[in-house]
Design a protein around this ligand. Structure first.
Ligand SMILES: [Zn+2]
Length: 136
């Protein structure tokens, strides 16, 4: 029998293994322009979680402020969830060269930045309140 060749992936950021070949995205949407940010893997579990959380916090605060962005931003976050799934099921990283895995930090919903998820809801509520007040 042929020996099994598992393709061994190493984290692009710290060199640890195992790693998942995924991209993590962020979106910044403003009225006049938009920015699409992308960090390419492979990521080990810790660098992946750290990057996922950082990029999501970024999208949560800066991703809503343009007319197209209200649609693009949720898609960006949805896409990241797939990346997150591949990363979260990796085994703990075995450090390699050149560095140590990033500190994944606190889960998103234990951070004050998660309040940004409420922004679109607050925005819609504000608009409806304005309409209601205007027609009263
Ligand atoms: Zn890493």
């Amino acid at each position: 029998m042929m020996p099994q060749h598992q393709p061994m992936l190493y984290c692009r950021h710290c060199g640890a293994t195992p790693a998942a070949a995924v991209d993590i995205r962020a979106h910044r949407g403003f009225i006049l322009f938009m920015q699409f940010l992308r960090m390419s893997g492979p990521f080990c579990r810790d660098c992946g979680l750290a990057t996922y959380r950082r990029m999501t916090v970024e999208s949560v605060w800066l991703g809503w402020w343009g007319p197209m962005s209200m649609f693009i931003n949720p898609l960006t976050m949805l896409f990241n969830l797939f990346a997150y799934n591949s990363i979260a099921k990796l085994a703990p990283p075995v450090p390699g060269m050149p560095g140590r895995p990033l500190d994944p930090g606190k889960p998103l919903f234990q951070r004050p930045a998660a309040l940004g998820f409420l922004l679109p809801i607050a925005f819609v509520t504000l608009i409806f309140t304005a309409i209601a007040l205007g027609s009263a």
